[in-house]
Design a protein. Structure first.
Length: 150
């Protein structure tokens, strides 16, 4: 097996080759927790959806994130925009390693948070309709509140 894989470049060499082909400046960065493990795998992609690097860590926040980002920077990636889950500790880690980078929430987390707010509003509206119907003994309002679950 060692002989077969001896010509395969290291992950760092692969990163250098990818960046030489097409430089990357905007990077979605996220942590994943594979089933059956208590480890986090940090994945750094670029705007071309190429995986630039993975990094096993205890968590995706704080000092662990900083280590991963420093390693990435040492291998020549110059990030101008970082997309992440928008957590404070992760944003601070990005800013400490790439102070010039613009931080923004990625699409997945933006939609997730928006859906959460919409759901909360719908539940509040349903509770208001139900309470109004019960207070006035209005069966139409009570029936409407029941249909809002569907």
């Amino acid at each position: 097996m060692d002989d077969i894989g001896s010509h395969v470049p290291t992950p760092e060499e692969m990163l250098q080759q990818l960046l030489a082909l097409t430089p990357a400046t905007e990077c979605p960065i996220d942590g994943y927790y594979p089933r059956g493990t208590d480890k986090c795998v940090m994945v750094v992609k670029d705007e071309h959806d190429r995986i630039l690097m993975t990094h096993e860590a205890k968590s995706e926040h704080g000092e662990e994130a900083r280590k991963c980002l420093k390693k990435l920077k040492a291998h020549g990636l110059h990030v101008t925009a970082a997309l992440s889950d928008d957590s404070q500790s992760f944003t601070e880690a990005i800013k400490s390693v790439y102070p010039q980078a613009r931080c923004q929430a990625d699409h997945f987390h933006t939609v997730k948070h928006s859906w959460g707010h919409l759901k909360k509003s719908l539940f509040a509206y349903r509770r208001m309709i139900k309470a109004s119907g019960e207070a006035t003994q209005d069966e139409t309002c009570i029936a409407l509140a029941r249909t809002l679950w569907e």
